[in-house]
Design a protein around this ligand. Structure first.
Ligand code: ZN
Length: 283
């Protein structure tokens, strides 16, 4: 029988199989092999004895929170209060893409801006969609729910961007323990250790936001370049062009001709310098 681990309390694993929740133990052999079952693991269970007999190969594994097989990260991004932060947005896209997870942008608080500013958010949406990233506004709840159906989802985005209210709109029973809440209660440390998946109409949503610590500490310059997916549409004179100080760079031309969003390119250079800094000082 196939299922997915949605909760772990000491050595008791709650496995969701179709619509059943089954409390299971893990086979001793995992410990001997040094394998730790994680929330999100797709498993095979022996339903007679309530034992996890096999853990299927993971497509990815997050460290904070510890969770496997994440399909989508919803990047909740407010356009005001706090102000739109395109550096954070692009950094999240890079980190999420690098972890083999699909980034999906949800813009929030559009009711707080003027019609003129709304037009610029519309253009921004159009740009990200053209390069292949799905974008929603937070009043498109039905569409969001449809898009994440049957997926394992984590939320990302800065404090106060509206992660909890977004999820509450999807399902009022759900209660995400956001960083901002746990910080005010002085329980910030717990949230990174414990994670549980909640079923929202067939989607599994993690109760702890991911990607809260945002550095580029493991990514290489080449990998960074690959996470800016729109750059791949251009061929430069030099095959290994980093689109930085090189001459005859088609990516820089595309920025000049407004085919590539200037903020995207500037953020790329910023992250590239961050990585160069790290390498130079062996951080
Ligand atoms: Zn180039």
């Amino acid at each position: 029988m196939n299922g997915q681990i949605i909760k772990i309390i000491s050595n008791l694993y709650t496995v969701k199989s179709n619509d059943l929740l089954i409390g299971c133990h893990a086979r001793g052999v995992f410990r001997k092999k040094g394998i730790t079952p994680l929330v999100g693991d797709k498993v095979i269970i022996d339903p007679k004895n309530n034992i996890i007999t096999e853990i299927l190969e993971r497509k990815n594994e997050l460290k904070r929170p510890v969770i496997a097989n994440v399909d989508i990260a919803l990047i909740v991004t407010s356009v005001k209060e706090p102000n739109l932060d395109l550096i954070l947005l692009d950094k999240l896209i890079t980190n999420i893409t690098y972890n083999n997870i699909e980034p999906v942008i949800v813009f929030t608080k559009l009711d707080l801006i003027s019609d003129e500013s709304k037009d610029s958010i519309d253009s921004l949406r159009e740009y990200y969609e053209i390069i292949g990233i799905k974008v929603f506004y937070n009043d498109e709840i039905t569409e969001i729910k449809k898009y994440i159906k049957d997926k394992l989802v984590v939320l990302a985005g800065q404090s106060g961007a509206g992660k909890s209210s977004l999820v509450n709109k999807m399902d009022s029973k759900y209660n995400i323990e956001t960083n901002e809440i746990s910080k005010s209660l002085g329980r910030g440390k717990h949230t990174t250790r414990h994670v549980e998946l909640y079923d929202i109409d067939g989607s599994l949503v993690a109760d702890t936001p991911g990607f809260s610590k945002l550095d580029l500490s493991t990514i290489t310059k080449e990998e960074l370049k690959n996470t800016f997916i729109e750059f791949n549409n251009y061929e430069c004179k030099f095959k290994n062009c980093m689109h930085n100080k090189e001459k005859e760079c088609s990516v820089k031309d595309a920025v000049e001709n407004k085919k590539i969003l200037e903020t995207r390119y500037n953020n790329y250079i910023k992250f590239l310098e961050e990585i160069e800094w790290r390498l130079a000082y062996h951080l």
